[in-house]
Write a protein that binds this ligand. Structure first.
Ligand code: GYE
Length: 326
């Protein structure tokens, strides 16, 4: 009798699994993707912690459990690769194209192709400069000029009228993040005759290039008081170069940085970075809610700037570090 019950249970269990949904799910077929909203996302690359946090945020927002199928393309900081990716998205007939552009210029032709295919294009993070604004539906990102001005305001208030020799590490030339932050510094230079720009070069937003540039100027014997570095990863490289040369970041050299990622805020707390202007990479849910609106027949503002802050030793706190998602 006992044996019969056990045998019965053994036969019933697979049936129960199937009925309760505990059995392994069948692999999705091409047809089953029809139920998803298909989004092609052309990402700049993986040059920085900011970028990786941005990619993750997009992947989480455009997950299959949220009803999306994300086609992700990493352009390795090359605009040609982004243009090819967009053409592939058009060819695949995606529902929406999301573009995080490398540089501002050079998008007119490919976006006109997307427009004639009837695919809405949402620009995220950096901006684009096109002849015809109807080539993209809307943009969401940061006020990069505002960030540059914010840094200059801090320098003005904290370094006063001291003569300053400034080393400027720029991001990718032609990207909005570089253009805006550089324009902010240029304004500061034009109103502070006592500030002297002693070096300016692009470090492509990467840690390796930031370190390489600062090592080279130290080897050349250049004297400087401030490093104005347009992102945290170049700053990390610069800090390593300074330390390797026996200098103390934050004491021998004042460091201004951008992004304010968690590790950088730790360095602010330790006094190695003096001021870090926030740039928020968590755009996934923001872009997703734009797509929700469009799908519901609503419109979204053409331009949306996200709220951002900035940090120095005065306002950086342990709880801020713990809450930081990037
Ligand atoms: O500051 C930098 C990244 O475009 C805002 O790109 C973004 C910038 C960010 O590589 O770390």
């Amino acid at each position: 009798m006992k044996h019969n019950i056990v045998r019965c249970l053994c036969l019933l269990l697979p049936v129960l699994w199937l009925l309760t949904g505990c059995a392994p799910a069948p692999a999705p077929t091409a047809e089953s993707y029809d139920d998803f909203v298909v989004v092609g996302f052309s990402q700049v690359g993986a040059e920085s912690d900011w970028r990786n946090a941005n990619t993750l945020s997009m992947q989480q927002a455009f997950s299959e459990s949220n009803g999306y199928r994300l086609i992700f393309d990493d352009a390795q900081q090359k605009q040609e690769k982004q243009i090819t990716a967009i053409r592939n998205f058009i060819h695949q007939g995606v529902d929406y194209i999301v573009l995080a552009p490398t540089t501002e210029k050079g998008w007119d032709t490919v976006l006109a192709e997307a427009k004639s295919a009837g695919i809405p294009v949402i620009i995220v993070d950096r901006m684009i400069e096109v002849e015809d604004d109807s080539l993209y539906t809307c943009w969401i990102g940061s006020d990069f000029l505002g960030e540059g001005r914010n840094a200059v305001r801090w320098m003005d208030q904290h370094l006063g009228d001291e003569p300053l020799r400034i080393v400027h590490l720029q991001g990718n030339l032609g990207s909005s993040a570089q253009l805006g932050r550089t324009a902010g510094l240029n304004e500061g230079l034009s109103t502070h005759p006592e500030w002297q720009l002693v070096y300016r070069e692009s470090g492509d937003f990467t840690q390796a290039k930031g370190q390489e540039l600062v090592e080279a100027i130290l080897a050349d014997g250049l004297d400087f008081d401030v490093i104005f570095s347009e992102n945290d990863n170049m700053t990390y490289g610069a800090i390593d170069a300074l330390k390797n040369a026996g200098l103390t970041p934050g004491k021998d050299v004042t460091i201004i940085s951008f992004d304010a990622s968690r590790h950088a805020l730790e360095l602010v707390m330790q006094g190695q970075i003096s001021y870090d202007v926030e740039c928020n990479p968590l755009h996934g849910p923001r872009v997703e809610s734009i797509i929700q609106k469009l799908r519901n027949g609503l419109s979204s503002p053409k331009l949306t700037y996200v709220q951002e802050s900035a940090f120095d030793a005065e306002n950086v706190t342990q709880s801020l570090l713990e809450e930081r998602g990037y």
